[in-house]
Ligand binder design. Sequence first.
Ligand code: NAD
Length: 431
Amino acid sequence: MKISIFGTGYVGLVTGACFANLGHEVVCYDIDKQKIKELQEGHVPFFEPDLEKMVKDSLKSGRISFIDDCSAGVGKADVIFIAVGTPSKKNGEVDLSYVENAASNIGRNLKKYALVVNKSTVPVGTAQLVKNIIKNYYKGEFDVASNPEFLREGDALLDFMKPERIVIGTETTKAEKMLRGLYSSFDCPLVSVKIETAEIIKYASNAYLATKISFINEIANICEKVGADVEDVSYAMGLDSRIGNKFLKAGIGYGGSCFPKDVRGLKNIALKNDYEFHLLKSVIKVNHRQKMFVIEKARKLIGKLEGKKICIWGLAFKPNTDDFRESLAIDIIKFLQKEGVIVNAYDPITDYEKIRKTASFGKEVKFFDDPCKALKGCDGLIVVTEWDEFRKIDLRKMKELLRKPNVIDGRNIYNPEMMAKFGFNYMSVGR
Ligand code: NAD
């Protein structure tokens, strides 16, 4: 099939590269001309394991191309995916301006029938919005559909190629047939539903996972009060197949480009439809409180924070990605700076220039290219992201480098007994 993709970010580029790899002819368009230039040269402007190789192979075979003028991509396409960002507005509503812009450009350039598919996470009713925008410009036949994406950054290629389910929302037999055909080689359940149902499935899935995280974090907080160990609690809970062990790991909360915005998004979709989603309000509150506990723990271990130097390990919102959108590290650094803390930071792959430019930290953060160098002379360490590299660190060396052996382990990656043996003042979550 001839496929066109609007937006070549984490979702759009993975979608494009994977479909090209499966033998389709893919044209990727993005409004970011610099991104397109880099992609034309085979360079992926963000970190995703194995993606660059796949893009380079597809460029070589001629099955993928990158353009900064969308007219060339729309005219010939059988299927057009919209994979642009859908960030939160300040009031928590979903900002659909990028989707609207993509829809206008599609409408302006359509020349024959095409199926326009929302892959972005969008509120119920967005497919109809896209349809109406396109109709303003194009009077011929076309269809709209919803095909939400469930890939996880860091495992995106595997998730795309071997998904646990594919969800398609369509309103015509032709559109359903096309999407079934496109995914015919995928070995997983294909859930074909009404467009509105498909649109809400993605929000419901992310909001549920965030709820699970906030739930286990509340259990962790109780464990700390009663002297129980949340790691054992979640292990035992997870053995129950009705509960399952995924997303049941206590920590300092969820962050990232999807969970926070999608939980807010669903809460607002409910509100707009005169329904107050009490549970999600609590999920958001719990998540906020959880990251504030880190500051409380720092005070408990280090004492007065003003003038102290603290090292942060991990800036990406999770391991195996360089994505720091809504990363907890950013908020924690800002809270610490407000308290007068000097912050050293280390992350294995985050682009320090980019985070410096976009995070608007109150004061200078000193970034390091080595986790041990970042520790030197600090009054404490906070582990924010559970990179494997931090698990393998030499604890003796860690203790020597810190000015004071205070460690707040936000992801429970160290063994409390071992930390005590090495002489650390150690606090983790729920243990
Ligand atoms: P992203 O910010 O990495 O990429 C979006 C891209 O769209 C950017 O390159 C941007 O320049 C481009 N863009 C914006 N407006 C455009 C327009 N009018 N025309 C063409 N390109 C345009 O975002 P992402 O992380 O890939 O997320 C995209 C969507 O997929 C969001 O709705 C997100 O919620 C959803 N999603 C993301 C993930 C994830 O793990 N990142 C997973 C599943 C679903």
